[in-house]
Design a binder for this molecule. Structure first.
Ligand code: 5GP
Ligand code: ZN
Length: 146
């Protein structure tokens, strides 16, 4: 009974703690990562960006340090770290970002040649650990990339 009362008291006095400590550890880890994530903040409008496109699942904006006349980042609204951390349930989202890139490329009239890139891991130049697809175009793109 006392325990029951204490729990109830805790819940009323510290409802946020109650939810926090009753959420599974993985969920807490994800929430912590999101609260510290640059792209989550951009999606939430807490950090300004030049928005190019938005729908229910994705947010696309101009890269701050463009490597081509078109350099847009297509970002899933759901916080996924990168391709190697992605789960089966992220399959559709990963492919969907490619279709959003194709739509933007069509709108920008760069369909003669553009590139979409997921950098995966620091060794490949990934600096922001929220999955994002680069759309690059508007100039000749050489192969292999540097
Ligand atoms: P990554 O190197 O992780 O594949 O790509 C991250 C990209 O995000 C880089 O191309 C970088 O220029 C871009 N970026 C980093 N910080 C910001 C920012 O605050 N705003 C915008 N719009 N782009 C950013
Ligand atoms: Zn994020």
């Amino acid at each position: 009974m006392l325990l029951h009362w204490l729990n109830a008291e805790c819940f009323f006095e510290f409802p946020y703690n109650h939810f926090y400590f009753n959420s599974p550890p993985l969920e807490r880890k994800r929430e912590a990562a999101m609260s510290d994530c640059l792209f989550c903040k951009i999606i939430a409008g807490k950090i300004p960006s030049k928005k190019v496109y938005e729908d229910e699942q994705t947010f696309a904006f101009e890269d701050i340090n463009p490597q081509a006349p078109t350099h847009v980042l297509i970002v899933p609204k759901r916080h996924v770290v990168d391709l190697k951390e992605a789960k089966t349930e992220d399959t559709e989202l990963i492919g969907y970002c490619q279709l959003v890139a194709a739509k933007i490329a069509r709108q920008r009239n760069i369909e003669n040649g553009y590139r979409t890139v997921y950098n995966v891991g620091p060794g490949a130049g990934q600096t922001v650990f929220h999955l994002h697809l680069h759309l690059l175009g508007g100039r000749p793109l050489t192969w292999p990339p540097g």
